[in-house]
Design a protein. Sequence first.
Length: 64
Amino acid sequence: MWMYIVVISLIVIGLIATLWVGMSQENSKSNPKYEKKTKANIIMLSVIYGLSIVAFVAIWMIFD
């Protein structure tokens, strides 16, 4: 059970780090188009991370 917590925690940390980099001042200076599509980018990242969580839990349950 503790492995589920570790894997999900790593995914959440990855999500937070991705959003932090995406919203950084340096990123908006080097890629001004990113801020115009912020909502779409956040939705896409959330979907990717959500599917990753579901896939990892499903794989884990199969091999557990």
